[in-house]
Design a protein around this ligand. Structure first.
Ligand code: DGJ
Length: 670
């Protein structure tokens, strides 16, 4: 901002007669540096003021400088080491050049201010905090009695007559104690309790008439060492007059980076709203000071709370992974693939990575979310693509569901509610495929929950299916099904409940035939079943399905789940886990030359420490990165807090004879 745009401070201040000295402030944030050199200093103005002269004319501090200093004339880091500068990010008050000093003339600013030195005062070194919390005044224990109002910390500050906002901060690394503050002869803080390891901040407005602000901090009730008062910082800010001009300057000062792409969506929207409101107020002739103040504060807050997006340029297995809005990614038991789709925003076909998975925000029960990415490291949240339902009525009252389920009969709606009931339905391991014939995105998932016969959360043991015109939904739930059953001439591992389907995955072969791979027979046997041309049901209903043509069973009784299929050099690989709830176990993979062919047990692909728990993870998907490298995607479930379950993505390697190898890496790039 050019200096010509700066308003003279007299126009801004209630006092209308401030002289400000923007001091040299060490390495800290300097006042008034944004628009060039600080303006001319007029330190003799205080005397003039005491003579009762008007000083508006002699004032050379610009509103920009005041804004830059957050209106702070003093920002005292109490008991900081001398000679003390300002740490990075700390604002130097315009009337000071050191962070604290004994009462006297500030060599840099010419102002008279500081603490009244007493023998009993000690500098308490930092115990936990930093910066303004690092040092603080306390009192020598042996000298504390008599304590009380007798023993405290007194500061005086040279200030022209006017209104000021005073902030006093106390960081307490000791046991709880009380604090009192007097300012300009009045009790401003009375018996405030300072809790251990807490920062307590008190703020009050005060009027100065005699050219000096006097402040004292003590503990009136203090008698013993454990009552000793403490003092961490003092801030004295001018109370400006909020005008349209000040708001205009604030709009320039609080300018976010061009375009806003670097900030989280929510924080940028809040900021933009504040900017729009401030801009609208500027042109309102009838606006009052309170309106300007409100918009100024909203703008400042919107700017201060702007949150930069997390950016990643590598995979860090097991660490928290946040989306581009800085929220934890919720796509557990999921799947990643590259998809082409029509981008609503641009109207053009886009190709992006799509990650679908379980939303565990609220624990075990939630809907399905999707994220998109251009680089596999940074993921944009695309919303809940299939919502669960909190009540039967919701299906007929909420627009989202009304539109989605238009034409469904009452009976069908009852079924949707039963299968997606937020209180009882289990929706796990969602997997997505695109059907080129129907041009629909088809989402299958492990759909479970209690049944009429059983209260168990996993009694239904079914596969659910939903469809949409967009990868990002909303998906219309069709139904959930039990699938193929053990042929009469084979040994059923769980004959009492046939057709079960739990952990599942999908695979579309080169000829576009799709398969569903799932745990059946009470998780004792994996099945691979062919889907129909639309991908929305089995190719052949269970009662007519032919073993070997429509489905196969893999290693009956092997008890495997979490299947993930991929193809490499014409070989089909099926990775799986054992069945131990949320706890990790040893991986095992199988190899075949076709989906319904013979699958050979290849054992554990993991190499190195923690191999017996698949590096504390459970498989969910293997996909190909742009580099051609295959990526293992696993879940490290946290059963105490499912929403903070972590993602384990590792590079999949192969030995010369085609054996799959999985090794731990702390951080890697494809
Ligand atoms: C293991 C499965 O793989 C998960 O999807 C989930 O169903 C848990 N069991 C529940 O214990």
């Amino acid at each position: 901002m050019g200096r010509d745009r700066g308003l003279r401070v007299a126009a801004l201040l209630l006092t209308g007669m401030l002289t400000v000295f923007a001091a040299a402030c060490g390495s800290g944030q300097r006042a008034g540096t944004a628009g060039g050199e600080p303006s001319v200093r007029v330190p003799q103005d205080i005397e003039k003021e005491q003579d009762g002269e008007s000083r508006a004319s002699g004032n050379e501090v610009t509103a920009e400088e005041l804004l830059q200093a957050d209106f702070l004339l003093y920002n005292v880091d109490c008991a900081s080491a001398e000679p003390a500068g300002f740490a990075e990010g700390q604002i130097c008050g315009l009337y000071q050049s050191v962070s604290d000093q004994p009462f006297g003339t500030d060599a840099g600013s010419g102002k008279t201010w500081g603490y009244r030195q007493e023998d009993y005062m000690v500098r308490e070194e930092d115990r936990l905090g930093e910066g303004f919390l690092a040092g603080k005044w306390t009192i020598k224990e042996e000298e504390y009695p008599p304590g009380g109002a007798e023993m405290g910390f007194a500061y005086d500050f040279q200030l022209p007559a006017g209104e000021y906002q005073v902030t006093v901060g106390f960081y307490n690394p000791f046991g709880p104690r009380k604090i009192d503050v007097d300012c300009e002869g009045r009790r401003m803080v009375e018996g405030e309790k300072l809790l251990r390891y807490r920062l307590t901040e008190k703020q009050f407005d005060v009027r100065v008439e005699d050219g000096e602000l006097n402040l004292k901090v003590y503990n009136e009730e203090g008698k013993r060492a454990m009552d000793i008062p403490i003092l961490s910082y003092i801030r004295i800010a001018i109370v400006p007059e909020y005008t349209g001009e000040l708001l205009e300057l604030a709009l320039e000062k609080y300018t976010a980076a061009e375009g806003g792409e670097m900030y989280t969506k929510a924080s940028y929207e809040r900021y933009e709203q504040a900017v729009r409101a401030a801009e609208a107020l500027r042109i309102q002739a009838s606006a009052k000071e309170a309106d300007y103040k409100e918009k100024f504060m909203e703008l400042k807050e919107g700017y201060t709370l702007l949150e930069k997006k997390c950016r990643y340029d590598s995979f860090r297995p097991g660490e928290q992974w946040r989306d581009t809005d800085n929220e934890l990614i919720q796509a557990h038991g999921g799947q990643v693939q590259q998809m082409r789709f029509l981008d609503d925003e641009t109207g053009e076909t886009a190709a992006r990575w799509v990650w679908v998975g379980e939303d565990k925000t609220a624990g075990a029960r939630g809907g399905i979310r999707a994220y998109s990415s251009e680089d596999l490291y940074n993921w944009q949240y695309e919303g809940i693509i299939m919502r669960n339902v909190s009540s039967r009525e919701q299906l007929e009252t909420e627009d989202y569901f009304k539109e989605l389920y238009e034409g469904y009969t009452e009976e069908q709606l009852d079924n949707v509610f039963r299968c997606l009931d937020a209180n009882s339905a289990i929706i796990e391991r969602p997997k997505l495929i695109y059907n080129e014939q129907t041009k629909q995105y088809v989402l299958w998932f492990h759909a479970d929950g209690p049944t009429e016969e059983s209260d168990s959360s996993y009694a239904a043991a079914s596969a659910g299916v939903a469809v949409s015109d967009s990868p990002f939904g909303p998906y219309r739930f069709i139904d959930r099904y039990r699938l193929n059953v053990c042929p009469e001439d084979q040994e059923d591992m769980y004959p009492s409940s046939r057709g079960m389907a739990r952990d599942m995955n999908l695979f579309v072969d080169e000829d576009k035939t799709a398969y569903i791979i799932y745990s059946s027979e009470e998780n004792l046997t994996l099945y691979i079943s062919k889907l129909n041309d639309e991908y929305t049901y089995l190719a052949t209903p269970p009662e007519k399905a032919v073993y070997g043509e429509d489905f196969i069973r893999l290693y009956p009784g092997a008890q495997r789940e979490a299947p993930a299929v991929f193809v490499r050099n014409g070989d089909y690989y099926l990775l799986s886990s054992g069945c131990t709830g949320w706890a990790p176990n040893q991986a095992r993979y199988y190899k075949s030359n076709s989906m319904l062919g013979e699958w050979e047990n290849m054992g554990d692909p993991c190499i190195g420490d923690d191999k017996v728990t698949t590096f504390d993870s459970q498989s969910t998907c293997v996909f190909e990165a742009p580099s051609g490298e295959l990526i293992y995607m696993g879940d490290r479930w946290n059963s105490d807090n499912l929403s903070d379950s972590r993602y384990i993505w590792l590079p999949v390697e192969f030995s010369e004879d085609g054996r799959m190898e999985l090794r731990w890496v702390n951080e890697w790039k494809y």
